[in-house]
Structure formats: C-alpha cells, structure tokens
Design a protein around this ligand. Structure first.
Ligand SMILES: Cc1ncc(COP(=O)(O)O)c(C=O)c1O
Length: 363
C-alpha cells in the first residue's frame, strides 16, 4: 500500500480511556471519568422522548441538509440558514474546513499546545502546521499574527483554550481578526463557550456575523451532554458553507442527533443550572488543590490543568496511579503539558474522589 507520505508525521488520536475498560483492567467496582471534558450530567430528560419518537424513522436516511436544526440555529444567532453548517461533532467540521482550504504548499497557524485535531487535519491535507507556543497558558496573539503570511489559509484559535482553559477577551480576538488577510479563515473554536463567565463571551459570534473570514464552531457535546450522539455546528460566511457542502459526506449528521440537538437548543435557558454546577466544581477543585499545595491553571471551562510535580510519585506516573484508584484523567504529557494532568470538572462527588485520590498519592 502506498500511503500518503504525510501520514508518517501523524499519530493516531488517543482518546480518554472509557470507564468500562478501566473497571476491567484494574478489577474495580467503580471508576469516574474526568478525562474528556464531558458533561458529568446526562442530556436534559426532555430530549429522551424526542429520540424515542424518531426511532421509527431510522429506516430512512436523515435530512442531509439538517434543515430544522439549521433554521433553529440561524434564528438563535441571527444569521440566515445559509450561514450555518452542522457536523458529526464540531470535530468533523474541522476536517471539512481543512478539505476546502488546505493542500500541499499552504500553511495553517495554530497554538502549541492546542486541541490535537487541528494538527491532524492540517497535516492530513499535506499542508504545513505553523505552531506558535502559548504564553502564560494563553494563545499568544501577537506571535500568531506574526506567523501569518500569504501562504496562510487558516488560523485555528480555541477560546477558552484546550488544554489550558485560559480565556481570551473578545477585544483581543477582534484586534487579531482585524489584522488577518481576507483570504485567511479564522476558525474560532468555542466548544466550551457556554461555561465562560465573562460578559464578552458572545462577541466571537458577532465577529462571525460581521466578517467574511471568521467561522465560529460550537457543539452540543459539552454542556448539553450529547457527545455520544455527535453534533456540532459552525456559523460561517455562506461561501464557506457552500464549499463544505461540496465535499462533506451526505447525511453526515444522524437523525437522532439532529432531533436531540434541536430539542436541547430549545432548553437553552436551563443551561444556567449546569453552568452553576461547573462554577461550584471549579471552586471545589481550586480549594482542594490549594489544600494539597498543588498549583493549577485558572480556567473558564469545564476542565483544568493541575501541576502534579509536587506529589510523592513522579508526574508521569500520576495518571496511571489515579486510574488504578478509579479516577481517569488525561496525562499532560499526551497534551504537550508534561508535569500536569488535565482533569474535567465533575459532580461534587467526582471532584471529591479526584482530590481524595490525589491526596493519597502524597502519602
Ligand atoms: C477545542 C475543542 N474543539 C472541538 C472539540 C470536539 O467537539 P465535538 O464533540 O463537537 O466534535 C473538542 C472536544 O473535546 C475540543 O476540546
């Protein structure tokens, strides 16, 4: 087989270990997963009957245009449906965007470290990833701006950032977008937007409405608790959507996902309960870590980086030691943050268990 030459530089994505695997591997009765920035809560109960109702339609293909969901999202964000594209998770949209804009000889700018999928989609197209180190755990916008040149087709920016949880004020992003060439697309990935506590959190969407080169990505995977169904969306200039439609797989968003997302969106005013749970969870983790004398990175998201270098076991061994004790976190090394673990904010009980198991590694 003559595989693409660029594949030699690409590693397979290693996802957080599923709970069932950990239970079996370590003979445990109970384990909590705080490794994939998931919601600790299931979808809103009102979503269940909608899914059950659509069961009988599963012999038919889904609406390939996601008409109802796109109309609802368009109304929600005050754009036309032609500015809305829906994906099998927002991750899928990253692949489509790379397919319409990247090829050998062009570049895409991204932070280092950042969400691992960006580099994958850039390299997969044979384009060149131009990585700009973070500064104080934040995207270094001046350095990213300096990395943009006439070959740059995409800049990937995550806000809040993954894996650090750090937040960039809208004003800084606007200034950055002002300096971008018109033919360079700013992909502003706001997968964790609903957790942000800052007043300017909706300004990224205003940028997508106002500019011909900004696409905002959001998802039902996180605060809505629907990652198992895979549905995310982009608000983008209509030509971007039209181009995506030329390459995307037909029927890319399944029937149940479309129906569930539509229902979930109608319950948006209930997100405050979930934001509040996350807010309290963050505080619980902050104070627990302070008691353990461990440093952490303040977050505007539903996960955080914890510096585990001060524990009695070596930092690289911490994820495995926690896993043996029934707590699954993401090893920082796998996210280019050696010395840290990334932990998702769970329920109060899950957060306590994480803190308790961490304390156990100190003795
Ligand atoms: C920054 C970022 N973007 C996108 C995604 C993917 O989300 P989805 O489940 O919508 O594909 C994630 C998931 O962890 C993420 O961290």
């Amino acid at each position: 087989m003559r595989f693409l030459s660029q594949l030699k530089d690409i590693e397979a994505y290693v996802a957080g270990t599923p709970i069932r695997v950990v239970l079996e591997r370590y003979g445990l009765e109970q384990a909590v997963k705080l490794a994939s920035n998931e919601s600790p809560l299931p979808p809103f109960p009102e979503v269940r009957p909608v899914i059950e109702e659509r069961f009988q339609d599963l012999n038919r293909y889904p609406d390939s245009e996601c008409r109802e969901l796109r109309a609802a999202l368009a109304a929600r964000y005050q754009v036309g449906p032609e500015a809305v594209t829906v994906g099998n998770g927002s991750c899928e949209l990253l692949f489509w965007v790379s397919m319409i804009l990247l090829e050998p000889g062009v570049e895409a700018v991204l932070a280092d470290p950042t969400f691992l999928v960006y580099e994958k989609v850039i390299s997969g197209r044979g384009a060149t990833p131009v990585k700009v180190p973070l500064r104080d755990f934040r995207n270094d916008l001046p350095a990213m701006a300096a990395a943009v040149n006439e070959r740059t087709r995409i800049v990937f920016l995550t806000n809040p950032h993954n894996p650090t949880g750090a937040y960039l004020p809208a004003e800084e992003i606007q200034g950055f977008a002002d300096g971008l060439p018109e033919d360079c697309l700013l992909v502003l990935d706001e997968a964790y937007n609903e957790y942000v506590e800052e007043d300017d959190s909706q300004e990224g969407m205003a940028l997508a409405r106002a500019r011909g080169n900004v696409m905002v990505l959001r998802t039902f995977s996180k605060i809505y608790g629907l990652c198992g169904l895979r549905v995310g969306y982009g608000i983008c200039p209509p030509p971007v959507r039209q181009a995506i439609d030329k390459v995307r797989q037909p029927f890319n968003v399944n029937t149940l996902a479309q129906a569930a997302a539509l229902k979930a969106l109608s319950l948006e005013d209930r997100l405050e309960e979930r934001r509040d749970l996350n807010r309290r969870g963050r505080r619980q983790l902050y104070s627990g870590l302070e008691r353990l004398n461990l440093e952490y990175v303040e977050t505007q998201s539903n996960f955080m980086l914890v510096d585990v270098r001060g524990l009695a076991v070596p930092a690289d061994a911490v994820p495995e030691e926690l896993m043996k004790r029934g707590v699954i976190v993401r090893p920082g090394r796998s996210l280019s943050c050696p010395g840290y673990v990334r932990v998702s904010v769970g329920t109060p009980e899950e957060n306590d268990l994480f803190l308790e198991r961490l304390a156990g590694l100190n003795s």
